[in-house]
Design a protein around this ligand. Structure first.
Ligand code: C2O
Ligand code: CU
Ligand code: CU
Length: 504
């Protein structure tokens, strides 16, 4: 058997390789897994739009929903069937489209054959509903011994169904929900357990942004497939985690947008608002458009920017969201505009295509002032914490660590006071998209200099590149309990690159 090239590299070696041009996957900390089926032709399948989830009932404060986690056989690649684990049997799951300040109560029913955990990424959520990785929802009818489950205790385990309460007490933003089961998040998200959760508010409604059919989610994810059409994933045969070769992360050779391979969308020659989510396990993208099109960024993970920012290309790490406007009136009717990925080679260099089909009236606009969001000036006398994201040292821990420790749900790596800003520094060896639960943060420095071009606004995930330091200001409010900071490369997360902290 061929030994993993990466397996022999120390931390310094891996950091040097990333992005130096010798790497087959430039700009990635990940390994390519190829499909055993011929890849489908690009730009044939129309872009699907995930359905909006309807509440089963509503009262003065809350909307109540019911989601069934079930297997479904979907035609993702033309002519083949893929079994997915889907919220309501869909990939991506249904989109929640809710109002700021109105509570969503979501009853999740597990009809799968694996335990699940639901986390609302970017949510300001009480700890009991935040998807602590051991707060398992066991499949219905599965009889088990709680304490004996992987020998771990301390989780609030339920069987069959459980209700998650999301207060949505936060500004309008593009959030997403996904599985967060300890040690198994990567394969379970890969198989389909992810979807969008949009929050809207009056401030955003008042803007003349493109809306209706011209507000389109683009959920990016890459996958690989076996001969029979099933998802190909290099899980270890025994126990959690991936084969050593894929420890740096799994990237697939089929590019999906909203669950369809290299889809195509017919557009009017008008402005469109795209809510872009990188839902891939490990792949980073640098998105670019053919021709004159630019990305006018209006929002980040945590909602609107104060004013729009124009980007020629958009670098987006796993779990980040970019809310952008693209103006197709710059193209002649009939033009095919490919959305490309400059970090991808071969088929991975393309993501999807827009075809400018009609002239159209467009009364949308991107105002120069978008919101009351403002950068926080860095206060003096801050509590400072360093979070070091590194490969586990050989012999000690096969996987990834934060501050030298693999995830231990019994260990709180920090106790953080509510209502005060802290300065957190994220320090890396290779690429690690760092995510913090409960509160958004603002990037104040990258590599000792000013924030980068993609760091604006309220963020909950930040793309920290090899051997880099990113400083952020973060303040937690309202909810006391146990929360997480982790790497959102899901293979890293499962291989223990996660730490718990408590808010008091
Ligand atoms: Cu998107 Cu802790 O997760
Ligand atoms: Cu999260
Ligand atoms: Cu990582």
């Amino acid at each position: 058997m061929k030994l993993s090239r990466r397996g022999f590299l120390g931390v310094a070696g891996a950091a040097t390789l990333a992005g130096c041009g010798l790497d087959p996957s430039p700009g990635q900390t990940a390994e390519l897994l190829t499909s055993a089926v011929p890849l489908p032709a690009a730009f044939k399948v129309p872009l699907p739009i995930p359905p909006v989830k309807r509440p089963v009932r509503s009262d003065a404060q809350a909307d109540y929903y019911r989601v069934v986690q079930r297997k479904a056989s979907l035609e993702i690649l033309p002519g083949l069937r893929t079994e997915v684990l889907g919220y309501d049997g869909l990939l991506p799951g249904p989109t929640f489209d809710v109002r700021s300040g109105r509570t969503s109560v979501v009853e999740q029913v597990n009809q799968l054959d694996v335990p699940t955990v639901v986390h609302l990424h970017g949510g300001h959520t009480p700890a009991s509903s935040d998807g602590w990785p051991l707060d398992l929802l066991m499949p219905n009818g599965e009889h088990h011994d709680h304490a004996g489950h992987h020998g771990m205790t301390g989780g609030d385990v339920k069987t069959g169904s459980r209700s998650y309460t999301f207060p949505n007490t936060q500004r309008a933003a593009t959030l997403w929900y996904h599985d967060h089961r300890m040690d198994y998040t990567a394969p379970q998200v890969y198989r389909g357990l992810f979807g969008l959760h949009l929050i809207r508010d009056a401030e955003e409604d008042a803007l003349p942004l493109p809306a209706g059919d011209r507000e389109v989610p683009l959920v990016l994810a890459d996958r690989s497939f076996n001969e029979d059409g099933s998802f190909r994933y290099p899980a270890l045969k025994e126990g959690p985690g991936v084969e050593s070769r894929y420890m740096e992360g799994v990237i697939g050779d089929v590019q999906l947008v909203n669950g369809a391979p290299w889809p195509v969308l017919e557009v009017d020659a008008a402005r469109y608002r795209f809510r872009i989510l990188n839902a891939a396990n490990a792949r980073r993208y640098e998105l670019a458009l053919d021709g004159p099109g630019r990305f006018v960024q209006i929002g980040s993970d945590g909602g609107l920017l104060d004013s729009p920012m124009t980007h020629e290309t958009l670098v987006i790490a796993p779990a980040e969201r970019f809310d952008v406007v693209v103006d197709f009136s710059q193209y002649a009717v009939g033009t095919a505009v490919t959305l490309k990925n400059k970090l991808g080679t071969g088929r991975a260099a393309e993501v999807m295509r827009f075809v400018v089909a009609h002239k159209a009236v467009d009364d949308s606009n991107v105002p120069a002032k978008l919101s009351s969001y403002a950068p926080i000036p860095e206060p003096g006398g801050l509590v400072r914490r360093k979070w070091r994201f590194r490969r586990g040292s050989a012999g000690e821990h096969r996987g990834w660590t934060i501050n030298g420790k693999p995830f231990d749900p019994e260990v709180m790596q920090a106790t953080v006071k509510l209502d005060q800003y802290e300065l957190w520094s994220f320090v890396t060896d290779v690429h690690h998209p760092v995510h913090v639960h409960l509160a958004p943060f603002q990037v104040v420095r990258r590599g000792g200099g000013p924030p980068g071009p993609y760091d604006a606004g309220w963020k909950d995930t930040v793309d920290v590149r090899p051997a880099e330091v990113v400083d952020v200001l973060v303040r937690f409010t309202a909810h006391q309990g146990k929360y997480l900071i982790h790497c959102h490369n899901l293979e890293h997360e499962d291989m223990a690159m996660m730490a718990a902290f408590s808010t008091v």
